[in-house]
Design a protein around this ligand. Sequence first.
Ligand SMILES: Nc1ncnc2c1ncn2[C@@H]1O[C@H](COP(=O)(O)OP(=O)(O)O)[C@@H](O)[C@H]1O
Ligand SMILES: CSC[C@H]1O[C@H](OP(=O)(O)O)[C@H](O)[C@@H]1O
Length: 404
Amino acid sequence: MSNYYPLNSQQAMEYVGKLGIFPDHSSLVCREIGDGNLNLVFHIKEKSAATGVIIKQALPYARVVGESWPLTLDRARIESEALIVHHCMCPGMVPKVYHYDPGLALTVMEDLSTHIILRKGLMARTAYPLFAKQIGSFLARTLLLTSDIVLDPLEKKNRMIQFSNPEMCKITEDLVFTDPYYDAETNRFNPLLDEEVKKIWGNDKLKYQIAKLKEKFLTHSQALIHGDLHTGSIMVTGNDLKVIDPEFAFYGPMGFDVGALFANLLLSYASQVGHSLSVEERKRKDYQNYLLNTIEQVWLAFEQEFRALWKEQAKEPTAAAKGYVDDYIMRILQDASGFAGCKMLRRVIGLAHVEDLESIEDLESRAKGEKLALGIGQQLVIKGDRIQNIKDITSLAKKVSSDG
Ligand SMILES: Nc1ncnc2c1ncn2[C@@H]1O[C@H](COP(=O)(O)OP(=O)(O)O)[C@@H](O)[C@H]1O
Ligand SMILES: CSC[C@H]1O[C@H](OP(=O)(O)O)[C@H](O)[C@@H]1O
């Protein structure tokens, strides 16, 4: 950390100026555009150009909380190295890394200003016809191709060392699996949810399942997972998709990434009931159906590509055992259900919420969406082990929704 200092916009422009990315004497402009919980993000471009480059710099603390929450700068290394691995497995589906500076904990990367954050697109009720296939493929490739099924055993263990990410994992362990289930200081929730939240804190059956899911997160080093694959970590256009922000990457359970995505599509689903005015009822229902259909299509695309890759690329000698791939995929689906449930509950009870729900200003309307999210989340956790196919997940969401 010796030569580390957080950049300001002027310093960010000077830094990029020295890399030879822009022609000499370019007239550059820079804006800090970070809206996440953790880092600085600078957008630098020539004055008259539409796009330029991005500098993402880690702060030595969590931006959302401040200096009282110190945080490892090594997350910048994890992020740039994970982007490079993802680029090898899914060319064109992540921003290109131009430069990584370990001292300043920053990455200079491709500017995706032509894309928007998927969460924003979902909030505007936009449909993305290619999304399910694209993200299903991203998940299948990044997960299976970094697992023991495909990698040489020594390479896999070396990758586990490379992507050891204990401090970022601890954040997830606390904020996703621990704090939302007791009266923790980090929690914050809508006061209109007091009763629901207290019921959750007293629900032993739920907490038993959460304990098992946390154990899986702690111990199941199945693949290099993104680690925070919510809809704020995906940028889209009408026909393109890029996955950003893998600073939580580590060797963990595959179902955690699939579940994170399902959870965030379901949070969008739940938020619809808080946003809807009666005149919009039809649009809300259509969009909810679109979201559930998207979850089904993501899973189908994932499963199809996962099976094809397994057939072509599995090197693990036991991979051909009869029934093994079917069982492996079923376990990913069941894990995804449980993890999706945890991810929904933490976004309503815990420290970091989602804009889909937070943008509903009226607390009573917001509580409607949040209650639905809590209802679906709890069912996904409790029934996770019994899920047999993707429609069990989407039917469960519909049922909780119609039971009101
Ligand atoms: N490569 C990029 N191109 C364009 N915008 C980006 C890029 N990376 C990040 N951003 C913008 O910066 C915001 C914060 O980035 P993110 O990586 O999510 O930061 P954090 O790790 O702090 O959550 C994103 O929501 C997006 O608007
Ligand atoms: C104190 S970190 C809280 C939360 O923020 C991260 O998300 P992001 O930076 O993408 O907004 C991650 O989900 C952490 O759990």
